[in-house]
Design a protein around this ligand. Structure first.
Ligand code: GRF
Length: 212
């Protein structure tokens, strides 16, 4: 039997998506193991979550490098050192570098807390996304797991899950509702990848039937 898919997770913040992936892998619903968690932020709580789960946790300080290219190369090297087959961006606040996309072409996923192509792109992160959805007045929002490409939030979509927008929502309450969907969606997308069921066809991702 082939070994479990090795996932490298890049984070900058609290890491609830990371936690959901760790939990699904631990309870056997996800045929993957988190091989390494890398953060560009020293005190990201996600690093602590990784350590508690016995997973390698690395802080790579962008200031230790002369430029972005050198920093990105260090991240790629760390992922390779740990045998990473799939990179999952989970609240990683750096724009995905061209080098990373080239190094892991078709093997990088990102999660965004809206139904792409709404409320996404440069500068759209955190509560800003949910505030934009509220300001626009949409009745349904959600989350998107997609393959990362060189354009921000624009890669082929793997899974979207929806959440209702309620009349008295704030950006915070909406964010909490969407996060619950994110925690389901990310593991589902990784599981489909682990089963070899995702085929990128131009902008579309075809989900192949499960093998019996
Ligand atoms: C999530 O909303 C994710 O969609 C976005 O950043 C947030 C990260 O949350 N890319 P967490 O750190 O996983 O709790």
């Amino acid at each position: 039997m082939p070994g479990k898919l090795k996932v490298g997770v890049l984070v900058s913040g609290g890491g609830t998506n990371l936690q959901a992936i760790i939990d699904r892998a631990a309870d056997g619903r996800l045929d993957a193991e988190v091989a390494i968690v890398i953060s560009d932020v020293a005190d990201a709580f996600a690093l602590e979550r990784a350590r508690r789960a016995g997973i390698h946790a690395a802080f790579i300080n962008p200031r230790d490098f002369p430029d972005r290219l050198a920093f990105n190369r260090a991240v790629i090297q760390k992922l390779r050192d740990h045998g990473v087959e799939l990179v999952a961006l989970a609240g990683y606040l750096r724009i995905t570098s061209d080098e990373l996309v080239d190094a892991f072409a078709g093997r990088i996923m990102n999660i965004h807390p809206s139904l792409v192509p709404s409320f996404c792109g440069k500068g759209m992160h955190g509560l800003r996304v949910h505030q934009a959805a509220l300001d626009y007045g949409v009745k349904v929002t959600g989350c998107t797991v997609h393959f990362a490409t060189k354009q921000v939030d624009a890669g082929p979509i793997i899974i979207q899950r929806t959440a209702p927008v309620l009349d008295d929502d704030t950006a915070e309450t909406l964010s909490e509702r969407v996060l619950k969907e994110e925690h389901i969606a990310y593991s589902e997308a990784i599981q489909l990848f682990a089963e070899g069921r995702l085929r990128i066809e131009g902008r579309r991702v075809r989900v192949l039937p499960a093998k019996c």
